[in-house]
Design a protein around this ligand. Structure first.
Ligand SMILES: Cc1ncc(COP(=O)(O)O)c(C=O)c1O
Length: 438
């Protein structure tokens, strides 16, 4: 069915140039493994695993079977004051795959909801400990923490904030994209000193007023910014020193992309709270979660009043939806049974060598990579930083490759099931596209 321009108007698409899209629709109809098929019947390689979601590849029969069975058995069950067994099974699996010390899971229905939930848990925690003034948040420039009110306020991508003002009380660390680190492979050498800015921010606002610091261990949306060596350790030390909770937003880095089950594991630093989403159901059904330590959970339980009382007045109609939990259990089983973290570790050096061959191509100003993620920064058109990546992305699509454009970057994050040839072909398509536009 070909949709008319008029029919396309009804849906206001998210994070999309609606006018351009509706003049030139890019519509997928099916997907299997690492490929989509579009309405023209063309195969398109999935160079971003959906939106960093589908690492195990599309159309996984184990997930389809689990979801179908669950829909037949229990399509919905109220998540408030009632439950179902799958959420507890999934919570235990998540606890097993995340660092020791993170023992409890609060389910949400997206990455953005997980971030806002984590921020509320942080404030509620201090409140329950009798420190209600610890309310301020610290984020980081270029950070992306979703689109809800808290996430936008702690986030640091200017374009995403400009329309909305400062939505919550937050200050920001500098970003870690340093000139001296350009074209680094893996973790950049320079930049651990940037963590010391947290000391200055604490001096400015007072530790007694700060609830939490939130950072992505590796920023994905800003264009794949791996943390400088020792940077996250330093943030951890300063948070410990001043009694500030450390939140890792692992919506992209959680469940395999870094060649470890979490970014915390990959980089050897454990936060107090961790947000996850995306890969948890392999992108099939919306689900997110906040994973946290016993100290925080117990503070709510110990200060929750009579035992019939709600300890944390928060939750979503679709928190721990039974169908999403069935998908999550099946997806995490695939991750462990198929040893996909090992596959990421095996393919990461291949992506690294391939993507860095683009360094001498037209317009390329920087390349970064870690695990199965790579970011390529492109020279700006005067006053239009986002235009060139958009043009390159469309050229790649003509060649049968989906790559993400965002800000002044292109982002590559192929599925964990990718092989060497597919990686080389993906990078070659980006290279040819850059040459053609020169
Ligand atoms: C680090 C991070 N946090 C939060 C989000 C928001 O997730 P969602 O789009 O599921 O709300 C994203 C999405 O890209 C993300 O990368």
């Amino acid at each position: 069915m070909a949709l008319s321009r008029q029919q396309l108007e009804a849906h206001w698409m998210p994070f999309t140039g609606n006018r351009q899209f509706k003049d030139n629709p890019r519509l997928m109809v099916s997907a299997k493994g690492a490929y989509y098929t579009d309405t023209e019947g063309r195969e398109i390689f999935d160079g971003l695993s959906g939106l960093w979601t589908c690492g195990a590849g599309h159309g996984r029969e184990e997930i389809t079977a689990a979801v179908s069975k669950q829909l037949e058995q229990l399509d919905y069950s109220p998540g408030f004051q009632y439950g179902h067994e799958l959420s507890f099974e999934l919570a235990n699996k998540i606890v097993e795959l995340t660092p020791s010390g993170l023992d409890h899971v609060f389910f949400t229905d997206s990455g953005s909801a997980s971030v806002d939930t984590a921020l509320k848990i942080a404030r509620g925690y201090w409140c329950s400990l009798g420190q209600p003034r610890k309310t301020k948040f610290i984020g980081r420039i270029k950070g992306y923490h979703g689109v809800n009110y808290g996430g936008v306020g702690v986030g640091g991508i200017e374009f995403n904030r400009a329309m909305f003002g400062q939505t919550v009380d937050a200050d920001h660390l500098s970003h870690t994209l340093l000139d001296e680190n350009k074209f680094s492979k893996g973790l950049p050498e320079s930049g651990a000193h940037l963590a010391d800015e947290l000391e200055e921010i604490v001096l400015r606002h007072g530790a007694e007023n700060i609830a939490a610091l939130i950072v992505e261990p590796l920023s994905g949306t800003a264009g794949v910014l791996p943390p400088p060596k020792a940077y996250l350790n330093r943030l951890r030390e300063i948070c410990n020193k001043h009694d500030i909770l450390l939140i890792f937003d692992e919506v992209i880095t959680g469940f395999g992309r870094m060649g470890a089950f979490t970014g915390a594991d990959a980089f050897g630093v454990t936060p107090d709270l961790m947000t996850v989403a995306k890969q948890i159901t392999n992108g099939t059904i919306p689900l997110g979660a906040v994973v946290l330590g016993a100290g925080i959970y117990d503070a709510f339980m110990d200060n929750g009043g009579s035992d019939y009382m709600v300890e944390f007045p928060h939750g979503y109609t679709y928190s721990a939806h039974p169908v999403a939990c069935a998908a999550g259990i099946a997806a995490l089983d695939i991750l462990t049974n198929d040893k996909l973290v090992d596959s990421v570790r095996a393919m990461a050096p291949i992506l690294e060598s391939a993507v860095h061959t683009l360094g001498d191509h037209p317009y390329v100003t920087d390349i970064r990579n870690y695990g199965l993620a790579a970011g390529i920064s492109l020279q700006h058109y005067r006053g239009e930083p986002m235009r060139r990546p958009f043009e390159v992305g469309l050229k790649c699509l003509e060649k049968g490759f989906y790559v993400r454009w965002g800000g002044d970057t292109l982002q590559l994050a192929p599925p964990f099931i990718v092989n060497e040839t597919q990686i080389n072909d993906l990078v070659a398509a980006v290279g040819e596209s850059l040459q053609e536009l020169a």
